[in-house]
Structure formats: C-alpha cells, structure tokens
Write a new protein. Structure first.
Length: 358
C-alpha cells in the first residue's frame, strides 16, 4: 500500500496522520521541554483522564437535559438543559468556564492554558490533541509502553456533567462503582493507575507542589506499586489533608484513594502483580488507556495514527525496596499470592525530591 508523504521526509499509512508529525515536533520542543518526562508530561497524562472519565452510559444523548451525578447516591438526575453523553471530546478544554468549576478538576487549568495554543495552531480537535499529548508525553518516560493514538474526534462538544471524576478522598467502593458505570472492571482501575508512577500532586496539599507519588517520578517503572504497599510513617507536610494519608518516605505523597485500592480485595492482587513485572504493568496500562481514550467514541470512525507516537526507552533499573526499608515494612494485601521477594536499594534511607516546575 502506498504511504502518504509527510513533512521532513516522514510518511504515514494515512494522510490524516501527517499533521500529527508536525504537532509532535512542536509539543516535544515547546511543551515537553525537548522531550523530558517532567511536570508537563504528568499534567498532560492527567488531563487525558479528566477529559475521558466524565462519561456514563446512563446519560441519554438527547436535547433538553443535563444530568448530574449526586455524590451521595449512585444515580443520575435531570437538572437543566443541554446535550450530553460524549467523552474524550475535548470538552474540558472547550468549556473551562463550566468544567473547571468541578472540584475534581482543580489544577487542570494550568495544563489546559499551556496546551490550548497547539490544537488551535495545527487545526486539530481538542479531543484528539488531549489524547495525543498524553501519549507523546508518556513516551518520554523510560519504561512506558508506546500508546495507541486514534485521530478523528469532532471538535464539537457540550460541557461534561459535574461529579463524575473521582477524587483522592473517595472510598474504594465509590471509585469502583464510578469506573464500573463507565465500563471498567476493578483490575482496569489498577491498570490506569500505573500513570501514578510518573505523577505528583500539586493541589491536595498546595504547600507541597510537585510532591511525587513514588521515588522515581521520571521513570515509568513499578516503584509506585511497591511503595504504596509500604507502611505509612509520616506526612510530607505539616499534617493530613483531605485525600491524603501517611507516606513511607520523606518527600513522598500518598493519596488516600491509592492507599485503599492497593489494599482492597477487589484490586489488591492486580496491584501486587505489577510489583516485579514491568512488562505486565506496561501491557495492561496500554490496553486500559486504549479503552479509555475512545470512551464515548466509535473506533470505526477514527484513524489509527499510532505510528506517530515515539518509541519509549526501556527502563534500566530493577524493582527494589527503597533504601532503609525491609520486607517487614510491606503491607501485603493479596490473599491468593505471596508478595514477591525484593531486595532493598543500598545507601541511606530514601528521600524523594519534588518534581521541578517546567
């Protein structure tokens, strides 16, 4: 089959994909600081989730209704006038005046402000761009899988309803129910949470911006799944915040939701399975991201432009307990399999530095 000629001597299976090479060059240089796995990558990956998960098949797609998720009840209720039931459509970027009023979207305004210029410049849809930026960004992190990218989402949307994005203080029951409503099994929640291996918090404790969730936030490795199972000993800041529990390492932040899902019987074994299995974690993350990236869309209507996504470098280090920790510090929660043996990293007790702002 003849390939389409794209810029700078590159080619693609579909001419539709050529523009994405230009977007790639632009964002690697001007959004991701020359291809780094840093703060803008973390926030871009977060935005893919926030644009996608505000979706429910319980929403009828018809004019004249807005539906709202009531946090104390698992049901939906008509409260106004609009058209809903699409996802990964860029609505979070198109309707910031509405969607950013949702508490769960606190802080995503910063990455939206940084990103918006690129889809406007290259004349691509907000929904496509958000998923593309997440896939390109995480490819800068060693150990990441090469994510699928499908292009062709319409650049029209209505604001998503409030209350569908899970919060760090939500219980495991509530998170699992929300994901089930969107079509995800408990193990797929864990698969998506592999994103937290290259993540940090800015807004649960705003006095500690850039506090990572594991000791290697620039590498897509399994340390997050190890370190979330260590006994918490202290807060990195001045005390507990809503959605925060004690962390095991100085400078590391632990979300209440991660703590609960790591220990819940519905998710604990999938969590533990990633501890010493980089390939399994990467494979499952890719599959879950492919599913999430087309929520509310029809795969048949989209064009596979995955060939534009760069191939990530492999991870170089083996999984280990942080220096200063022993197997006795592990709170294993999977009843059907023993916790895998790990050795501790050498040296003084591990302390985690914040992720520097871009």
């Amino acid at each position: 089959m003849r390939r389409a000629a794209c810029s700078n001597g590159r080619s693609a299976a579909s001419e539709t994909c050529c523009v994405w090479f230009d977007v790639l060059d632009d964002i690697q240089q001007n959004l991701f600081d020359g291809g780094e796995c840093g703060e803008e990558v973390h926030e871009s990956l977060r935005l893919t989730f926030h644009d996608a998960i505000a979706f429910s098949p319980l929403f009828p797609y018809r004019p004249g209704k807005i539906w709202r998720w009531w946090r104390r009840k698992v049901f939906l209720r008509s409260v106004g006038n609009a058209i809903y039931n699409t996802s990964t459509d860029g609505s979070i970027m198109a309707h910031t005046d509405i969607e950013l009023e949702d508490h769960a979207n606190n802080g995503v305004d910063e990455i939206i402000d940084h990103q918006r210029q690129f889809p406007l410049k290259h004349n691509v849809s907000f929904g496509d761009f958000i998923q593309f930026a997440g896939a390109v960004g995480v490819s800068n992190c060693p150990g990441s899988p090469r994510l699928e990218f499908l292009a062709g989402r319409a650049n029209t949307s209505q604001p998503a309803p409030s209350g569908l994005v899970p919060e760090p203080f939500d219980s495991a029951d509530k998170i699992i129910a929300r994901f089930a409503d969107a079509g995800f099994a408990p193990n797929e929640i864990v698969d998506l949470l592999a994103s937290h291996t290259v993540a940090a918090q800015d807004h649960v404790d705003e006095s500690l911006k850039g506090t990572p969730f594991d000791s290697t936030p620039g590498v897509f490795d399994t340390q997050f799944f190890i370190e979330t199972l260590l006994k918490g000993t202290a807060f990195p800041g001045n005390g507990s915040n809503s959605g925060e529990v004690e962390s095991p390492l100085a400078g590391e932040f632990r979300l209440q939701s991660d703590f609960e899902l790591a220990r819940d019987p519905r998710t604990a074994c999938e969590w533990q399975s990633f501890v010493n299995n980089q390939n399994l974690m990467a494979t499952n993350f890719r599959a879950a991201m492919s599913k999430m990236a087309i929520l509310g869309q029809s795969r048949a209507d989209l064009t596979d432009c995955s060939e534009v996504i760069p191939t990530p470098k492999p991870v170089s280090d083996s999984p280990s307990l942080p220096a200063g920790k022993t197997p006795a510090d592990i709170e294993a929660a999977c009843s059907s399999a023993p916790f895998p043996p790990l050795t501790a990293a050498p040296g003084p007790a591990t302390s985690v530095a914040p992720v520097p702002p871009s």
